[in-house]
Design a protein around this ligand. Sequence first.
Ligand code: CA
Length: 225
Amino acid sequence: MHILIVEDEIRLAEALGQIMTEQKYMADVVYDGEEGLDYALSNEYDVVILDVMLPHKNGFDIVRELRAAKKATPVILLTARDETTDKIRGLDSGADDYMTKPFEPEELLARIRALSRRQGEVVLEEMKYADLTLDLSNYMLSAGSKSIHLGFKEFEVLKLLMANPNMVLSKESLINKIWGAESEAEDNNVEAYISFLRKKFFFLGSHVNIGTLRKVGYKLEVRDE
Ligand code: CA
């Protein structure tokens, strides 16, 4: 994955570059709007992370010029302001997503993954299992008339379980797929997310449970009632 970061707050820009490197993404970091536009126009990035207030050219104008040049690279706008008008202006200018500073790196990474997946792929909008519906665009899980928002890891765990409804997924395969083979996620991390999910199923009044097969793994199942 190749990411462009355009951010004039040097410490934030460097921190973002570091986060991308930790994910084994290639990252170019530039601090100026004009330069950002040049980089975005002359390379094929998977995602551009673009600050709004930048020297020489603001983020809105950069996205507009990119789109005018028929560059469809996904753009996430960053801004210190959290006003709805800015959000609308950003999305109107052709940005794909929007984050208000300060934000959690995890959240940014989730959005990068979501945007990069969206390119060139058929987008599944929701997944279903028994009475559960998982909306892939906004991480909302529903059953009947109730809905609840899932945290990113919960979402990823449940998505894998729903994508493999008849399979027992081992903790190891969940860790590899969600945290990466080289991560230091422990088994009990997985257990924690499974337990959060079970609580959310219960809250929703769903009949679905996540069954545990000792030493083997997890599987979705419908409770007999
Ligand atoms: Ca700025």
